[in-house]
Ligand binder design. Structure first.
Ligand code: NAP
Length: 524
């Protein structure tokens, strides 16, 4: 990729370069321009029709097992080109290698997981949903729910923070389902997504039309959607609102999944003490979550709830951990945390921080340590731990998501007060609970379940095993109610639901026998 050239789009089965100057992508640390994105002049109607008709038909002609084998081949191509992806991530996302791995290796792991799950579905062409149910006295007439792939395209509109994982965590279940994918990455970090699609296309793995990429403006994409298409959006609540209110969704009932922002919490048990394991586990996880990918994870811990007696101890312990986080140029091996993805994000994080500071004080500010190998003008922002001793009267702290290395510590006086404050996030992706008492953990999980897509419950016995508060694993659900968008992704084979239509077939047991022979039981 030579600097400043336009990234070609792959649509309608061919590479097409948009017109005009395009929108530039930058190295957030060095400020250099890397590439440009433009979708201007692309015939979107042709591209969507091509994917729907050619890509869809070719994918549906395969069994789940055959499509799973394609996912395996994709993982092999991505593995082979891994080094190039890490270089792109360093340059375009400003991430240290470990953080690039969350995006790149997280994608490969997720694809591998769905390849295995899909292989188990074998040569089936449809899914059997539940068991047959008698509808008459005579068992000859029964109903069987089946699921078949929708005959449309899956449009993905993605956020800037996961250009790799964000594509493949959606594409793996879609392609396994037999539904062609059109991905529109966020412009700021589109390069990695485009490069991965290019490698997979060049390898000739997928039927033509099964995977398309459009970089640049989102203008006109939603207008292309038809009744059996689906759209999966990840990004801000504001853009989510635009997607949800588009005619395709409101009038054509295009199925729509929204993953939006979230004020995720961490909760320390009321029984914890400053020298307890639960306390140490919370401290370590909060510091980790604040700094992994510079806090640019939709699942990152934004609010930390501890018993009031532990407020000061928690502030000190988290601050001490954060003090070890060197911030700066990800190419320097001593650097633990790189940059935010862009100058726009830096502006937005600093503005959000100022807003939070109207209700909170600074308990730790990493900026005093200075940046390593990076100018103050870069998009690097050091971690900041805020705190308030009156969280019940706070408003902004429970409402504003600062998408960076920022978290707010809040004391609670009773566990019911803690639950009430956590729920003031109005629906979040994940809450983690730190306790040594299984009974409390179970009780907290039930209390928090209705307002969260995931409860990450940590105790000393799983300290060395757990997958992390913010890591989204393919076997567990990702998404959250309310403000988090109301969406659901992953969760093992549950993810296939979004790309299938469920139909009740009512008929003779003889016909249902034939169906059963073509299908695989959807075991969740
Ligand atoms: P964003 O500004 O809403 O952009 C998201 C995507 O929407 C981008 O691809 C963007 O394209 C596109 N877009 C912008 N305007 C559009 C429109 N009018 N119609 C259709 N598409 C449009 O969000 P972001 O700043 O990239 O992402 C940060 C947010 O995403 C945070 O709030 C974070 O919490 C959330 N997030 C959530 C999850 C989750 O799984 N729940 C995961 C990651 C991030 P351009 O880039 O070209 O503008």
């Amino acid at each position: 990729m030579t600097a400043s050239s336009l990234l070609p789009n792959f649509i309608a089965g061919r590479w097409q370069t948009g017109t005009g100057a395009g929108t530039p992508m930058f190295d957030p640390v060095l400020g250099t321009e890397l590439a440009r994105a433009s979708s201007a002049g692309i015939d979107l109607a042709e591209g969507f029709a091509f994917a729907r008709e050619q890509g869809g038909a070719a994918l549906r002609a395969l069994s789940y097992g055959q499509r799973a084998a394609l996912l395996t081949q994709i993982t092999e191509v991505l593995q082979a080109n891994r080094d190039a992806y890490y270089e792109i991530a360093t340059a375009n996302s400003g991430t240290v290698a470990k953080d690039s791995g969350v995006d790149i290796d997280g994608a490969i792991f997720t694809l591998g997981y769905y390849a295995k799950q899909g292989a188990a579905l074998g040569d089936a062409k449809l899914l059997l949903d539940g068991q047959r149910i008698r509808m008459a006295k005579d068992p000859a007439f029964q109903t069987q729910h089946i699921q078949v792939p929708t005959r449309g395209v899956a449009l993905f509109i993605n956020a800037f923070n996961f250009p790799s994982w964000g594509l493949w965590e959606k594409a793996a279940p879609a392609l396994l389902s037999g539904v062609p994918v059109i991905i529109k990455p966020a412009t700021a970090t589109a390069w990695l997504t485009q490069r991965m699609v290019k490698d997979v296309v060049d390898a000739g793995i997928l039927p033509v039309g099964a995977l398309s990429v459009i970089c640049g403006s989102s203008a006109g994409l939603m207008d292309q959607l038809q009744a059996f298409d689906v759209v999966s959006f990840t990004g801000s609540a504001e853009t989510g609102k635009i997607i949800r209110s588009h005619r395709a969704v409101t009038e054509l009932s295009v199925r729509c999944n929204i993953e939006a922002d979230s004020l995720n919490s961490a909760l320390l048990s009321p029984a914890a003490t400053a020298d307890s394991e639960a306390f140490k586990l919370l401290v370590a996880e909060v510091a980790r979550e604040m700094t992994v990918k510079s806090g640019q994870k939709c699942t990152a811990i934004r609010r930390v709830f501890v018993p009031r007696a532990l407020y000061k101890a928690a502030a000190e312990a988290i601050g001490a951990r954060l003090a070890k986080t060197t911030v700066g140029n990800p190419r320097n091996e001593t650097v633990r945390m790189g940059a935010l993805v862009s100058q726009e994000q830096k502006t937005s994080v600093l503005a959000g921080l100022a807003q939070l500071k109207t209700e909170a004080t600074v308990l730790f500010d990493g900026s005093a340590a200075g940046l390593v190998d990076a100018d103050a003008s870069s998009a690097c922002v050091a971690p900041v731990l805020l705190g308030t001793e009156s969280p019940m009267s706070a408003k902004v702290l429970h409402a504003v998501e600062v998408f960076g290395p920022v978290s707010t510590l809040m004391p609670y006086d009773s566990i019911d007060e803690a639950y009430a404050m956590i729920r003031r996030g109005e629906g979040s992706l994940v809450c983690s609970v730190y306790s040594e008492d299984p009974a409390f953990t179970a009780q907290a999980s039930v209390e928090l379940a209705s307002s969260h897509g995931r409860v990450h419950a940590i105790s000393p016995d799983v300290a060395a095993l757990h997958s992390g508060h913010g890591n989204v694993m393919p076997m567990s659900l990702h998404g959250g109610p309310g403000r988090a968008g109301g969406g659901e992704e992953l969760g093992g084979l549950r993810a296939l639901n979004f790309y299938h239509r469920r139909t009740a077939v009512q008929g003779s047991s003889l016909a249902l026998d034939v169906l059963a022979a073509q299908g695989s039981q959807l075991a969740l």
